[in-house]
Design a protein around this ligand. Structure first.
Ligand code: PAF
Length: 283
């Protein structure tokens, strides 16, 4: 695995792969890799000749008072995991090069970046879509793989790629979970043992909603109440939102209609904010 630290070197390398007719797959990360990232790299490996993994803790997607400073970092461990997962090139740019002092251009998607996560983190998606646009321009991939865990992010990145004619195909890979259902996230490391145990309520509540839908429940309000009951049963610090949305446009639905609904949650345990979601069949 080759480690690249500068934008110009990465762009030159990407050009040379393209000239050789190689298909480039990219996985963009903020590091502190876990089995979820490993599975994204595995997906990229299957559909590409060259896999680039990027590590960059992007300051513009953290709001004031959020966890940018304490976001977990472990470059040595990341190097091993990225290499073992099948990464050919590890791109780790410096903050100053990604955001020069006179940086002033942002990519902002209307509507969907302002709801759900966007309501609680008003500048978050602007930071995400901006850095993703930059990293796609730097790594020049044919395929970029993102995780379904950040469902709204994946939706917005696909929207940006379509709206701005990025010549890349966006692949969204399934959520990887712990044996007890907790969705893998670099932020799970913040949870103390008691919070970690209570955090399984997110998955439990989603499974309960799935079961009720299977039995014929079509009211988003009733599902919302059932999910809330399970979440409040473990005394979270705050439930930011519970939402039933149409997976194709992220608009909230009142009555579920076939073929699917996406149920999304954000819950806080202490200072740790967890998100999870599930796409459920509506027959
Ligand atoms: O999902 C993430 O880790 C980040 O939001 C991303 C896509 C790497 C952009 O910084």
């Amino acid at each position: 695995m080759q480690i690249i630290g500068t934008v110009s070197e990465m762009q030159r390398l990407a050009d040379s792969f393209r000239i050789q007719g190689k298909k480039i797959g990219v996985v963009l990360t903020m590091g502190y890799l876990h089995a979820g990232h490993v599975s994204l790299i595995g997906t990229a490996r299957k559909v590409s000749d060259v896999v680039i993994t990027t590590i960059f803790v992007n300051p513009t997607q953290f709001g004031p008072g959020e966890d940018f400073e304490r976001y977990p970092r472990d470059f040595e461990r990341d190097k091993t995991l990225a290499s073992e997962a099948g990464t050919d090139i590890l791109f780790c740019p410096q903050r100053d090069e990604m955001y020069a002092p006179n940086f002033a251009t942002y990519v902002e998607i209307e509507d969907v970046s302002k709801i759900l996560e966007g309501k609680f983190r008003p500048t978050h998606f602007r930071g995400v879509t901006t850095v993703v646009a930059k990293l796609l321009n730097i790594t020049k991939p044919h395929v970029a793989v993102f995780g379904q865990k950040d469902a709204q992010q994946a939706f917005l990145i696909r929207k940006m790629a379509t709206d701005l004619n990025f010549d890349v195909s966006i692949v969204v890979a399934p959520i990887i979970r712990e044996p007890d259902g907790l969705a893998l996230s670099s932020r799970n490391v913040y949870l103390n043992p008691d919070e970690r145990q209570r955090a399984t309520s997110l998955y439990k509540s989603l499974k309960r909603a799935e079961m009720l839908i299977g039995k014929g429940e079509r009211s988003a309000e009733k599902l919302h109440n059932e999910i809330k009951k399970i979440l409040l049963g473990v005394n979270p610090t705050l439930v930011d939102y519970i939402a039933c949305v149409h997976p194709d446009n992220f608009k909230e639905v009142e009555t579920l209609t076939p073929p699917t609904v996406l149920v999304a949650l954000a819950v806080r345990f202490g200072s740790t904010r967890l998100i999870d979601n599930m796409i459920m069949n509506v027959a």
